[in-house]
Write a protein of this length. Structure first.
Length: 272
């Protein structure tokens, strides 16, 4: 990430973008989101520059997971939802009438809290999205499966057992397989919702190393309760609270010099 010029002010409006020197690839603009009568997000505005990692932190129920699920419109699986505001990805509104939701989810990959491999072979798990999008040439599929497993730092561990059930992998391997499955359809953005919460420390370290390496090619948003993890893997961090964005800044500033008292209290464990 290129060096960012110092902020011109000692205080930043909670919804403003501290990385505005870099154009955002993912831009959330005055986003409010509702499940029926319940409002889950309140006027959230933030930007995520290309090839950076944004960590979303905050207590349970604060809207972190809702925000990432809105970005690839998976929230709409619940029919009683509505939104105000907009989300722009790569210069295009995700809510445009022209947006093909299946295509959108190809561009914006999602990795969930618990590994969710399909009850298929390792190979077929990675190939699934390709087949769904009409790729039938075996040579092409073989090449992409190998490429995706390499990028998910899993190839060397599974290359001799691609026909084995994915359910036989360890939890950490299953999570990296799910990342490979997301990468196989060549997304621009990766959304990760607590990707390490079900993993042991060794598997967590591998996923964190993977996140750091992947940002060279992808724009990544990660939801995490682990503030040490946020500090290790992210360029920028946003604190959410009761559906509102409290503070968004470079990660080093959030953890060493937070501007909001609520941020300081949360990262020091005095609240949340």
């Amino acid at each position: 990430m290129p060096p960012v010029a110092p902020l011109k002010s000692d205080r930043v409006r909670p919804g403003s973008d501290p990385t505005s020197e870099l154009p955002p690839y993912v831009e959330v603009k005055n986003l409010s989101y509702y499940y029926g009568r319940k409002q889950a997000l309140y006027d959230v505005t933030l930007g995520v520059p290309k090839n950076t990692v944004l960590a979303l932190i905050g207590p349970s129920g604060c809207g972190k997971s809702t925000l990432v699920k809105v970005i690839n419109r998976i929230c709409e699986l619940n029919p009683d939802t509505r939104h105000e505001g907009d989300v722009i990805v790569g210069g295009e509104s995700i809510f445009s009438q022209k947006t093909d939701v299946i295509e959108l989810r190809q561009r914006i990959g999602m990795v969930f809290q618990r590994p969710n491999p399909f009850p298929k072979s390792i190979y077929e798990n990675v190939a699934y999205g390709l087949r769904l999008h009409g790729v039938r040439d075996r040579g092409t599929v073989d090449d992409v499966v190998e490429w995706a497993l390499h990028h998910a730092a899993l190839w060397e561990e599974v290359k001799d057992r691609l026909k084995t059930s994915a359910l036989e992998l360890s939890g950490g391997q299953q999570q990296r397989l799910c990342i490979a499955r997301a990468l196989a359809v060549q997304p621009d953005v990766l959304l990760m919702d607590e990707p390490c919460s079900a993993l042991d420390p060794i598997a967590t370290a591998k996923i964190e190393e993977l996140i750091i390496s992947l940002k060279a090619e992808y724009t990544i948003l990660i939801v995490t309760h682990n503030m040490q993890q946020a500090a290790r893997v992210s360029d920028n961090t946003a604190l959410m609270w009761l559906g509102k964005l409290i503070e968004h800044n470079r990660t080093k500033e959030i953890f060493t010099n937070p501007r909001e008292k609520q941020t300081e209290e949360y990262i020091t464990g005095r609240s949340g």
